[in-house]
Design a protein around this ligand. Structure first.
Ligand SMILES: *[C@@H]1O[C@H](CO)[C@@H](O)[C@H](O)[C@H]1NC(C)=O
Ligand SMILES: *[C@@H]1O[C@H](CO)[C@@H](O)[C@H](O)[C@H]1NC(C)=O
Ligand SMILES: *[C@@H]1O[C@H](CO)[C@@H](O)[C@H](O)[C@H]1NC(C)=O
Length: 894
């Protein structure tokens, strides 16, 4: 690269880094009013977000509407109003909506799709183009049934309008007929100075929370500024329960029974913890698991009995039977827990069956048995057929007690755990890999720590279309909700009975009558059918869970029922999508509900690279800064790399590697040797290389760069900046071939970005979200992430890296391109190397650092550039290129 070109290139980099802050973009419009109004009636929360925006530019402009809503909620309405004209989203069957979407894509239109999952929130994002100085109103409604957890209901409201808003209001109105006995406001929007913006008002059965931050408060709060407020408001409350039998509310021909008796004794537990200790639990996960178990053991009561099983391919119970939670036994168990280490495969089948056996060998009158499985991966040893494991476990448990499944991290097959829990009267929960994982585990345990009733059966006369009525356990702090339709709207013919087993005997609540919700307060107008909607929402949730465990015709029937209800009540559920139609000349968009634990199919969420329409549109509405790297750089940056394998690039059809090619490629004596030698140190999960990955490396004062191969599957150090703590590691494709399957950039202890070919997971302090490779932005104090058309552009302080998602021969892979190094000196990592100087001493011989090495003329694709130009290079062995051993550049953990 000649000097002039380099200078121009770096200049353009600086430009890009500085003008890419999102605040610039949002200055193109003014949000003059932003209201979030939530109404909660008998635990059913309906939230409406209304954002009124003016285009402040002198030409037409694309305006974004981007909000985050609780995962448990269903979107039920979306409307845009422009010049008095309304555009309503329409909920359709998913396939039908998808079809519309694919047609748009195949016409080259950008029918952007809205879906991504974070820990508690999911995104809704759309945009519309409006004329100079005109106005648009966005209105989004979502609904949810608040669940009682550890004695409280929680309403979560997330606000981040992206700018300071003149008229910013959050209004919450709660109406609970039995009366509100406890109310608390938490969350980052309720902290410090902002707490002054909150007013709370309470009457006996109503409460109001208003949050009206001033201009100054929106500007000066922690982490605020030009981009305004950003955070959560959490409203926690509980209701009075004068009657143990619970409250039965009636309204509009529907009823809901809220059952949460508290004046009962604790039932002693028989609990078995089944803990995955396979190799993938290595590091933090196993440490957090130990920490949580130690705390949980401390919380067991003396009349509880407990068992501990750790497993990898071997199943190792601490003791072969349940022991009483005496201090001596607990102390011994803690010693055992402290010694739990990781390694090996995952034999879920045998481990769970052993747990069931231990519980069955310990029958005890007046006790509640509970099985808790914690795993972070798929079954890989013993019985690995998931259907077979499910049926084994189902038969063994025989509906006698619940199995709870905790899935640790994102590598678990969460659906498998959901099915298994669902079939055995339990629930599955995700434990997020995070600094608070031990707390999450402990929190889950607390929810099931105090059983008050077992075998709860609720029966209703004079009612139909009931939701679930049989529950294996009822725990202190939770609530059982049953809803249904009252037959012939005859409230006199309606009553209910509850029968359950408590600590000492059978308890019965008979002939419970319904209370009519009566006259709703004025603010509830428009929510007259809230109990019907509550019923529909709960029914759809339960049908979706049930559907998981069914097959064949039964499954289809349940699915159809859930779909029909979703369509009728206009809920965006995993079976439906909302089609958002826009004014003439703009494309429709489709909003989906992502399923927990399921990554949406890639075809529906990923824009194909270089869509002509979308890039044209972008060019109009956004400064050029947002197109990241493609085609701008000529050649490659010093010390950086691109790769491709042999002639695979010029071969258009899917590449078949012939034996002879392979032989030629890794036949360079020492490289092969390296590869073989190194597998000894690798974790067992890495499959030995079939094809190496080729890296390019700039050479000083030479027209031909060097290139070298690294065997597939390795996890390599890419770039580190010891000064700031920045690091980037990548895992090469395990089946060989092109680039990387995963890359992680760590900014500091609680900030990182992880990339795979489907998802980009951004962890920033308490926030953790996964987004797809379509458009999205994320900005915080020290990090800017801009994702456009299969490129993610990351700026951290003075370092800038672009991760490219390439698609070649039907395979997706990642490639990291370092656009700005942390230092002009050499830093650790393959991409931290400076250009190497070499001399050609004779054909096929180079001198590098005074040593003569073998070389051959070869070529590689430059994967730093989207178009992947083919580059000639001098192929040498890795040691000569990197001036070190492969092991200097590999790590065991991403
Ligand atoms: C939200 O609620 C407040 C207070 O009840 C009301 O004044 C305001 O008009 C509502 N906003 C919208 C957009 O409905
Ligand atoms: C159930 O929880 C409440 C508070 O949430 C507590 O006062 C009560 O003692 C608990 N009951 C038992 C049996 O632990
Ligand atoms: C459990 O209770 C049943 C009846 O309630 C009784 O017949 C049985 O003997 C009891 N078993 C034990 C082990 O106490």
């Amino acid at each position: 690269m000649d000097l002039a070109a380099a200078a121009v290139f770096i200049f353009s980099l600086l430009l890009t880094a500085s003008d890419s802050a999102p605040s610039l973009k949002s200055r193109n419009w003014d949000i003059y009013s932003y209201h979030m109004n939530s109404t909660v009636t008998s635990r059913y929360a309906v939230t409406v977000i209304t954002s009124r925006v003016t285009n402040t530019r002198d030409d037409s402009n694309e305006i974004d509407f981007h909000v985050k809503i609780p995962k448990a909620a269903f979107i039920s309405k979306f409307r845009m109003t422009i010049d008095g004209q309304t555009y309503d989203g329409v909920v359709k069957q998913k396939e039908e909506a998808q079809q519309q979407y694919s047609q748009a894509v195949s016409r080259g239109q950008s029918a952007g799709l809205v879906s991504s999952v974070g820990r508690t929130l999911e995104d809704f994002k759309t945009s519309v183009t409006i004329a100079a100085h005109s106005k648009v109103t966005f209105e989004l409604t979502y609904e949810e049934l608040l669940r009682r957890r550890l004695g409280k209901y929680e309403l979560l409201i997330n606000a981040q309008p992206g700018q300071i808003v003149k008229d910013f209001k959050i209004n919450v109105n709660i109406y609970e007929q039995p009366g509100i006995n406890f109310l608390e406001v938490k969350g980052s929007l309720g902290e410090k100075d902002l707490a002054n913006a909150i007013t709370t008002t309470r009457a006996d059965n109503q409460a109001w929370v208003n949050f009206y931050p001033t201009h100054g408060q929106q500007m000066d709060c922690d982490g605020c500024g030009e981009t305004g407020l950003k955070g959560d408001l959490k409203i926690l409350y509980d209701v009075y329960r004068p009657l143990s039998q619970g409250d039965v509310m009636e309204h509009g021909g529907y009823f809901a029974h809220f059952f949460a008796p508290a004046n009962l004794g604790r039932i002693p537990k028989n609990v078995v913890f089944i803990i995955d200790q396979s190799g993938s639990m290595h590091g933090k996960k196993i440490a957090q698991t130990r920490e949580a178990l130690l705390k949980i053991l401390d919380d067991l009561a003396e009349d509880d009995y407990f068992g501990l099983i750790v497993f990898n391919s071997q199943v190792s119970p601490w003791k072969h039977k349940l022991l009483q939670a005496t201090q001596t036994n607990l102390d011994m168990a803690k010693q055992f827990v402290k010694g739990i280490t990781d390694g090996g495969a995952t034999n879920i089948n045998e481990a769970v069956l052993k747990g069931v056996e231990m519980i069955q060998q310990h029958p005890r009158n007046g006790s509640a048995s509970i099985l808790i499985l914690l795993t972070d991966g798929d079954p890989t040893s013993g019985e690995i057929n998931q259907g077979k494991i499910q049926s084994n476990v189902r038969e063994a448990i025989g509906k006698n007690f619940p199995l709870y499944c905790l899935g640790f991290g994102f590598d678990v097959n969460f659906e498998f755990l959901q099915k298994m829990a669902q079939e055995n009267s339990g629930v599955a929960r995700r434990i997020y890999e995070d600094s608070d994982a031990a707390l999450q585990l402990k929190g889950f345990y607390e929810e099931v720590a105090t059983p008050l009733l077992t075998s709860v059966q609720m029966s209703y006369t004079g009612a139909t279309n009931l939701t679930q009525t049989i529950f294996s356990h009822y725990y202190n702090g939770s609530e059982i909700v049953v809803a249904g339709k009252i037959l012939d709207n005859n409230i006199d013919g309606f009553n209910t009975d509850v029968v359950a087993i408590s600590k000492h005997d059978t308890v019965k609540y008979s002939d419970i009558k319904a209370t009519q919700a009566g006259q709703l307060p004025a603010v509830m107008s428009g929510f007259e059918n809230f109990l019907q909607r509550l019923w529909a929402c709960l029914t759809v949730k339960q049908l979706l869970e049930k559907e998981l465990t069914l097959t064949g015709e039964e499954k289809e029937a349940v699915k159809k029922e859930a779909l029909d209800l979703s369509l009728k009540y206009s809920f965006v559920t995993p079976l439906t999508s909302m089609v958002v139609t826009k004014p003439e000349g703009e494309d429709s968009q489709v909003a989906d509900k992502p399923k927990e634990g399921e990554k949406p199919a890639i075809h529906s969420t990923m824009m194909l690279p270089s869509q002509p329409t979308s890039s044209r549109k972008r060019a109009k509405s956004m400064p050029r800064s947002h197109s990241t790297s493609s085609g701008r750089s000529r050649g490659f940056m010093p010390g950086l790399s691109g790769m491709a394998f042999l002639d695979s690039l010029s071969a258009a059809p899917p590449v078949m590697y012939h034996r002879s090619d392979r032989h030629r490629s890794i036949g360079q004596g020492r490289i092969l040797h390296d590869a073989v030698e190194d597998y000894g140190n690798l974790p067992a999960t890495i499959i030995p290389a079939r094809m190496p990955v080729r890296f390019l490396m700039a050479a000083e004062g030479q027209s031909l760069p060097l290139c070298f191969d690294i065997p597939a599957g390795h996890i390599v150090k890419l770039l580190q900046d010891p000064a700031s703590g920045f690091s980037m590691n990548g895992q090469l494709m395990s089946e060989g071939g092109n680039g990387f399957q995963k890359i992680i950039i760590r900014v500091n202890a609680d900030k990182y970005i992880q990339f795979d070919t489907n998802w980009i997971t951004i962890k920033d302090g308490l926030l953790m979200q996964s987004v797809t490779w379509t458009d999205s932005d994320h900005t915080s104090d020290s990090m800017i992430v801009i994702i456009r058309d299969s490129e993610a552009d990351i700026t951290v302080e003075n370092i800038r890296v672009v991760i490219l998602l390439h698609l070649q021969d039907g395979k997706r892979f990642l490639w990291p391109a370092v656009r700005k190094r942390p230092s002009e000196h050499e830093v650790p990592g393959i991409m931290g190397k400076l250009p190497v100087a070499y001399e050609e001493v004779k054909p096929s011989k180079l001198r590098i650092q005074g040593v003569e090495v073998d070389a051959s003329s070869d070529s590689a694709g430059d994967y730093n550039i989207k178009a992947v130009p083919r580059v000639k290079c001098q192929l040498v062995d890795l040691k000569s290129a990197l001036q070190g051993e492969l092991s200097d550049f590999t790590v065991h953990q991403l």
